[in-house]
Ligand binder design. Structure first.
Ligand SMILES: CC(C)(COP(=O)(O)OP(=O)(O)OC[C@H]1O[C@@H](n2cnc3c(N)ncnc32)[C@H](O)[C@@H]1OP(=O)(O)O)[C@@H](O)C(=O)NCCC(=O)NCCS
Length: 189
């Protein structure tokens, strides 16, 4: 199911919802950015537990930079920091032109737990959407691991809807009790 139509988008991205203190910036692999990214990931332990079955790992920032869908190159991979002022409070992983030329795939949008629930995730996505539109992107796609299904309400509020696709998911790298399932959803800008 794909949702189209501007009124719905206006409802969710209207000025009343805007947090002007939130910014996003593409991160580099330098030690400062990597350290801040690792700090953010370590401050969202609930996400790691739900998706991997273990607390955040010491190399999670590095993994965020290296994970790439088959057939894509790093020139289409963008890791963003989400900032309030100078502090990095979250991160985003986005793949340009995947799976199709006019789409992008969101690998992760994460806000550190102490900053969740105050509108940062919504505003960061609004900024990301503007960025992706600059590429000519018309669809943003993401998958929700079913053990993390509590976030589906968040995505619905931002205008996403389920595509009906379901793919097997197995976390590889740390202990994981068994295969779960992804619930991809698509959003038409
Ligand atoms: C999902 C996540 C990014 C949301 O970020 P956030 O900054 O807490 O969200 P916001 O405060 O901008 O919330 C926006 C809206 O979504 C709702 N929302 C946020 N998280 C929600 C949740 N877990 N369940 C239900 N609604 C939720 C808020 O209530 C708010 O609704 P409102 O505008 O009607 O008041 C954040 O919870 C997070 O980082 N989770 C861990 C990582 C993760 O699971 N990412 C998604 C991977 S697919």
């Amino acid at each position: 199911m794909i949702r189209t139509g501007c009124p719905f988008i206006e409802t969710h991205f209207g000025p009343a919802m805007t947090r002007e203190d939130v910014a996003i910036r593409v991160l580099s692999c330098d030690p400062a950015d990597m350290g801040a990214l690792q700090h953010v990931l370590e401050h969202a332990p609930g996400y790691a537990e739900r998706v991997t079955g273990a607390p955040p790992g010491a190399a999670d920032a590095q993994s965020t930079f290296t994970v790439l869908p088959e057939g894509k190159s790093y020139e289409d991979k963008f890791v963003f920091g989400i900032f309030t002022g100078k502090e990095m409070v979250g991160c985003i992983d986005l793949i340009r032109s995947y799976p199709t030329a006019n789409s992008a795939t969101l690998g992760l949008l994460l806000v550190a737990e102490q900053h969740q629930g105050v509108g940062i995730g919504r505003q960061a996505f609004t900024l990301l959407e503007q960025f992706a539109r600059g590429w000519g992107c018309e669809v943003i796609r993401l998958a929700v691991v079913m053990t993390n299904s509590e976030v589906i309400s968040f995505w619905r509020k931002l205008g996403f809807s389920e595509t009906g696709d379901m793919k097997p998911y197995t976390f590889v790298g740390r202990f994981w009790p068994g295969p779960g399932h992804g619930l991809p959803a698509q959003y038409v800008t």
